[in-house]
Every structure is written in C-alpha cells, then in structure tokens.
Design a protein around this ligand. Structure first.
Ligand SMILES: [Zn+2]
Length: 387
C-alpha cells in the first residue's frame, strides 16, 4: 500500500532529487522576461512542416499529446505565421534541445518578429496568451516525430508499455494547471497522471490557453467553490490539511456526503505544474479568476502533511515548498486513504500506480542520460533544456 511515509521515502530518493533539481536549478524566468534564449546540446531537427497541410496542427495531433480541448486558435495562428515567415525569409525552421527551441537563422529572424508582435500587444492578458501560444506552437512543431505523444519522451525511450493504467475514483478529478514551458517536457511528471488515470480524470490545462482555461473554469463553476482545492504549498496563504477538509466531515458523520454516490459532487484538485517562479504566476492567475467568478481574495488550498517537511531536508532552496507534481498527487491520495470514509475508494492502489509510473519515468530519464553520456548527478549542465 502507498502510505504517506512511502511517499516521503520516494520523494527523498536520489533519482527524483536529480529530476526535480534539474528544474530548480533553472534560471528563474518570469513573464516579464519570457524570451530569454538558451543553447542546447542536442542536434538540431528540421521541423516537419514540408507543405501547408503538414504545417497545421490537426485536432488528432493536438489531442494526441494528452488534452481533450479543441486546438487553441492562437496556436493555430502562430503555426501559420511561422510557416509564412519560413517562406518570406527562405529559411527552414529547425529545432533543438528537448523542448522545441528554434535554432539557426530562422530563430534570429523569428525572435525579432515575435518580440515586435509581443511589444505591440495592448494588455498583459494578450501578452500572456501570446507568450503561451507561441511556446506551445514551437514545442508542438519541434516535437513532431521526435517525442512519443503519450509519454513525451523521445521515441526511442518510450516508456508507455511499462505504465499501468488504473481508474481514478470517479468522483475525483485532477487538473494539471501547467506552465507552457513544462508542456512536452521530458521530465515533467504531471503527464503521468493522465497516462495512468486518463485525460478525463486528470485533465491538462495550459496556463494562458483560453480554450483550456475555459473548460477548467466551467467545471469549477459547476462544482462550486466548496468542491475545488488547489494543492499549493503557499506559505502566505491560510493552509488547511487534507485532515482539516475531509477528516472533520468523517468524524461528524461517517455516512457523510463523500460516501454516497452523488453524481453532482466531484472533488476537483488543481495541481500546479511549473518551476517555482512560474508556479507563483499560475497561482496568481487562479486567484484572479476565482475573484471574478466567486468573489473574495482567497483560493481554497490544501497542503500535504507529507509535503513541505520532507522536501525541506532535501533542498534548502526557495523551491523547497514545491514538490514534484506526481508525488503531490500520490501524497494527496495517500492522505485521503487513511481517512475512514475514503478508505473504500482504492486510493492506496491509485497512489501506488502513480508512484510506479514515476519510478518508470525516472528510470527512463536516467537510462537516456547514461546512453547519451550525460551526467546523472544532481548538477546537470543542460539545465536550460528543462527551463
Ligand atoms: Zn511513449
């Protein structure tokens, strides 16, 4: 069974420390400085956009990466613009690294062009949306035929056959609120949740992508504020534990609302998926939207008893509050499982399956680094690949 202590032990494993550390070492980037560039060690790849038809992102391709939303219109437009630029300047798009970073002559020209576009945008909301859509467009084009759509690893490292699927308790839903820089990133762990539970139970919502944010907020409005929580260890917020939220109801009434099958009530848990600085921006956006929808300054947050303290020992960084996304889900499921009224929902099994998937991912990442002759120590040189 996956007890909370097992989750801690896992979080402290050296291999995970390597994986998380990689992101934490990344130079903090904020939306104020979204276009900082970096070099990458991987060989450049030509974008597979040979003709007009291939240049567009079809619904099938888009959803293949782990989402159920329509293709974001702004992403479609940016892909078209990139294709037009390719013709205009007669230079082919090429990508390198693991995250669809443009390279070469095309990059120089495109940099100039998108900075100009960005500057000309009227308000910060438009800037956020443009920034996100451009990141995602580049990642989509750069990852075509290179990454497995399901596990986001290079095809030769595909781990899909080793991931065990398992249904999540039907009245629970995870939302992976992900920064665009984490989209299609190999060492992202949020993706494991929909690999295991499916995209309806663990739904991707990319920061700044209007179509996905709308779907997420429609679900929150339907569920009501009392059924939405963010797993975000914000020290400045009033924090409540899993026990605070769900334990009291159980002691008051063991036949309480969570034990009855009530299709109307779904528990929504938001997992913020991004590096530390990006997580702050994502949470701020969540709060701003909540204020518009529900009023009030607060956003209901849950902190894990197993979370911050265990990370403390591991990483004396500002990042210590942030736990790996999949491990946070494991922690939540494990903490729910010890509560009497949740005991029959199989959360121990569900936590274990995610944990196993995390082990598989870490092995795949480690094997890849070894094969490529890269260091697997915590000081990883190519941190910018993961930024
Ligand atoms: Zn795969």
């Amino acid at each position: 069974m996956a007890s909370p202590s097992r989750a801690i032990a896992f979080k402290c494993s050296p291999s995970l420390a390597f994986s998380s550390k990689t992101r934490m070492d990344s130079k903090p980037r904020t939306l104020q400085n979204p276009f900082s560039s970096s070099t990458s060690g991987a060989a450049p790849r030509e974008a597979r956009t040979g003709d007009t038809a291939e240049a567009s992102i079809t619904l099938q391709e888009w959803q293949g990466w782990g989402t159920t939303s329509p293709v974001p219109s702004l992403v479609t437009k940016i892909v078209q613009d990139l294709k037009v630029l390719e013709k205009d300047i007669d230079a082919q798009m090429s990508f390198g690294g693991s995250g669809g970073k443009l390279q070469g002559d095309f990059k120089v020209q495109e940099d100039r062009k998108h900075r100009k576009t960005y500057k000309a945008l009227g308000d910060s909301e438009q800037k956020i949306q443009f920034f996100s859509a451009r990141q995602i467009a580049c990642r989509l084009l750069g990852s075509r035929g290179y990454l497995c759509q399901k596990c986001w690893l290079p095809l030769e490292d595909c781990m899909c056959s080793r991931v065990v699927q398992c249904p999540l308790w039907p009245r629970m839903r995870f939302w992976l609120y992900m920064h665009p820089k984490d989209f299609l990133r190999q060492n992202n762990t949020g993706k494991l949740l929909w690999q295991v539970f499916g995209t309806e139970a663990a739904t991707l919502c990319l920061f700044g992508i209007a179509e996905q944010e709308e779907i997420m907020w429609d679900a929150f409005k339907l569920a009501g504020k009392s059924n939405v929580w963010c797993l975000y260890p914000n020290k400045n917020a009033v924090l409540t534990s899993v026990q605070d939220v769900f334990g009291q109801e159980s002691s008051a009434d063991l036949e309480g609302p969570y034990t009855q099958i009530n299709e109307d009530r779904t528990l929504n848990f938001i997992l913020i998926d991004g590096t530390w600085n990006n997580s702050v921006a994502i949470f701020r956006r969540l709060k701003d939207q909540a204020k518009l929808v529900w009023g009030g300054e607060d956003f209901p947050c849950i902190s894990l008893a197993t979370g911050a303290s265990a990370m403390h020992k591991l990483r004396p960084q500002p990042s210590l509050d942030r736990t790996c996304t999949a491990a946070a889900a494991v922690g939540l499921l494990s903490e729910l499982h010890v509560l009497p009224e949740f005991r029959s929902h199989g959360f121990d099994k569900q936590a274990e399956v995610v944990e196993d998937a995390l082990v598989v991912l870490l092995e795949a990442l480690t094997n890849r680094r070894l094969r490529m002759g890269r260091s697997i120590s915590r000081k990883v040189r190519h941190t910018s690949d993961f930024g």
